[in-house]
Design a protein around this ligand. Structure first.
Ligand code: AMP
Length: 215
């Protein structure tokens, strides 16, 4: 289990997709699941208003979503969580789930990017409205040619609120996870360099976990 941590705009989505391809595991983004549920009308009311406005939705709602998702067969050989846990109660829920399901403890990757760089990144970030792929600048989608659009919650006022939610609610989780399995990565570098570092640490970690489990 890989947990990808970092503030909005730090490159989590890009790295999550690459890690998923390289290690053949699903990348599960609670933000994407919530946005999809809201646009399909499966989720309504307060939760969708919070997603659109940059606040955090109720812990119980996200916890249930994650528990159901990781019970699916494609998660049997591991999975990556992008954007979960985001609060201490979510981290405690995940710990309980790990114990109940006898899962391997998480490898935590913290993508650290200074606040000034994040605002600029969020302002130029674009998303393909059709396939959801994130790009660092305006243009058209490489996959389906659709014109890229800003993500609604990247607008400056909402982005500020998301950054604040990260600082206040998610930042303290770094302390919760610090120790074995926690890795801080400098995310303020080209995506390729960031990925190479993540790839080598995950390869080394996989070998260690495999050896430990086969003893
Ligand atoms: P993201 O795509 O990860 O930036 O998430 C988009 C939005 O979804 C966030 O601003 C929150 O409103 C909501 N969200 C995603 N994950 C969580 C979570 N673990 N806990 C609470 N709210 C979440």
């Amino acid at each position: 289990m890989i947990l990808l941590f970092g503030p909005p705009g730090c490159g989590k989505g890009t790295q999550a997709a690459r890690i998923a391809r390289r290690f053949d595991i699903p990348a599960i983004s609670t933000g994407e699941m919530l946005r999809a549920a809201c646009s399909a009308g499966e989720q309504q009311g307060e939760a969708c208003a919070l997603v659109a406005g940059g606040g955090l939705v109720d812990d119980d709602l996200v916890n249930v979503m994650v528990e159901r998702r990781i019970a699916r067969p494609d998660c049997r050989n591991g999975f990556l969580l992008d954007g979960f846990p985001r609060t201490l109660p979510q981290a405690e829920f995940l710990q309980d789930l790990i114990e109940r399901r006898d899962l391997v403890g998480p490898t935590v990757i913290h993508l650290d990017v200074p606040a000034e760089a994040l605002i600029a990144r969020l302002a130029s970030r674009r998303q393909c409205p059709r396939c959801g792929q994130i790009y660092s600048q305006p243009g058209t989608c490489d996959t389906d040619g659709t014109d890229l659009a800003p993500r609604a919650d990247d607008r400056p006022t909402v982005a500020e609120r998301r950054l604040r939610a990260y600082r206040e609610m998610t930042g303290p989780l770094i302390e919760y996870y610090r120790g074995d399995g926690y890795h801080r990565i400098d995310g303020d570098r080209p995506p390729e360099a960031v990925f190479q570092q993540i790839e080598s640490l995950l390869e080394a970690r996989l070998v260690r976990v495999h050896v430990a489990r086969s003893r």
